[in-house]
Design a protein around this ligand. Structure first.
Ligand code: GTP
Length: 347
């Protein structure tokens, strides 16, 4: 508190002015002595720092730090009330995951003082009076570190975004734009866990185009591809709830994941899907089912428990799909309703 202002050697400081700014740069000067602050401010201005904030107490410094987020802090240790060590600790706590360089400027010059300064969150420790040339050199070094850190943070944010896009791309079917098998596996697994946690019914619907081999044979593969795209569009349209997922399970087979959908809702959904496909009326001249494209579906619905796995749900839906095909196609079967029927017949 009684330390004299830093010695000013203007010509030396000018010679060592900080690197040209790579963006706005602000420094918070914390010292209880107005004379010390103004000497430091003059020196920083001279060194080309565009924005300088001043605080005479720890509390004001902390408030300014939180509100204005300076790029660097010059912090005195002996302050009225809370000392600089405490202020540095509070500043570190106020910026989790972030880093603002803090340089202690103090008249205390014992090894223990330096140790305490670094321990409390400081990045450097200068003993007053500080020669301007040293102060400016330290500013340059800290600014270089800060710029490097900012570049790293920006790069890691870009990398994160690129990874996210890559993951999305990896889970998209190139032909239809629907979620592919890989995405289906991941989403089904996580929806099973969510439904189990919430105790809500989850429906899985496997849909397979009827007589699609004949469609391909008649129109060729390019037309077959166009037809698959059209079915993809249609499935996307019917999946109106945000968590409903239409995916291409493989070939001419599609899978719908319908969270929070009980058996009755699943059957209503299936009827609506059949109706939409009928109204769309995609021509299939070689289909024995009336000249338009149809599909068959196998449905399973359950409130998952610890025994429910993606594999077991797929197996049940597949079994119901097989039955729908065997019973003449262009229809949906529910695994559970079939089971109920079988039970009733036995009973
Ligand atoms: N154009 C095109 N055809 C595909 C694609 N993937 C699978 N297929 C065709 O889909 C047809 C499926 O034939 P099958 O498994 O015999 O089934 P289906 O003729 O639809 O008969 P059912 O399912 O029993 O009604 C095959 O001819 C495959 O070549 C694709 O990406 N593009």
């Amino acid at each position: 508190m009684t330390t004299p202002p830093p010695a000013i050697h203007a010509s030396a400081a000018r010679a060592a002015a900080p690197d040209g700014p790579t963006g706005p740069f602000s420094v918070l000067v914390v010292d209880d002595l107005a004379s010390v602050r103004s000497a430091l401010v003059a020196e920083l201005r001279h060194a080309g720092v565009p924005e300088i904030l001043e605080a005479g107490t720890g509390d004001v410094a902390l408030e300014l730090f939180k509100q204005r987020r300076p790029d660097l802090v010059l912090l005195d240790i002996k302050l009225p009330g809370r000392d600089g060590y405490w202020v540095a600790q509070q500043m570190r706590e106020a910026e989790p995951g972030d880093w603002t360089p803090i340089i202690f400027l103090s008249g205390l010059d014992s090894d223990l003082d330096v140790w305490r300064g670094i321990e409390s969150g400081g990045d450097d420790y200068l003993v007053k009076p500080v020669k301007p040339i040293v102060l400016v050199a330290k500013l340059r070094a800290m600014r270089r570190l800060l710029d490097m850190r900012r570049r790293l943070v920006a790069m890691s944010a870009e990398l994160h975004l690129a990874n996210q896009r890559l993951n999305e791309m990896v889970e998209v079917d190139a032909l239809t734009g629907l979620v592919n098998r890989r995405g289906f596996d991941r989403i089904l697994h996580s929806e099973i866990l969510a439904a189990r946690r919430d105790g809500t019914p989850l429906t899985l619907m496997l849909c397979d185009l009827d007589h699609f081999k004949a469609y391909n044979d008649a129109g060729g593969h390019v037309q077959g591809d166009a037809c698959l795209k059209e079915v993809g569009r249609l499935l996307r349209e019917v999946c109106v709830r945000p968590r409903d997922i239409a995916s291409r399970y493989g070939g001419e087979e599609f899978a719908l994941i319908l969270p929070n959908t009980p058996r009755s809702g699943a059957m209503t959904f299936a009827r609506a899907l059949g109706q939409v496909l009928k109204v769309r009326g995609i021509s299939h001249p070689d289909s024995p089912l009336g000249g338009i494209l149809t599909l068959s579906g196998g449905i399973t619905t359950c409130v998952p428990d610890e025994n429910t796995s993606a594999e077991s749900m797929i197996m049940r839906a597949d079994q119901a799909l097989y039955a729908a095909k065997a019973q003449g196609r262009n229809r949906f079967f529910s695994f559970e309703m079939q089971m109920d029927t079988i039970e009733q017949l036995r009973g």
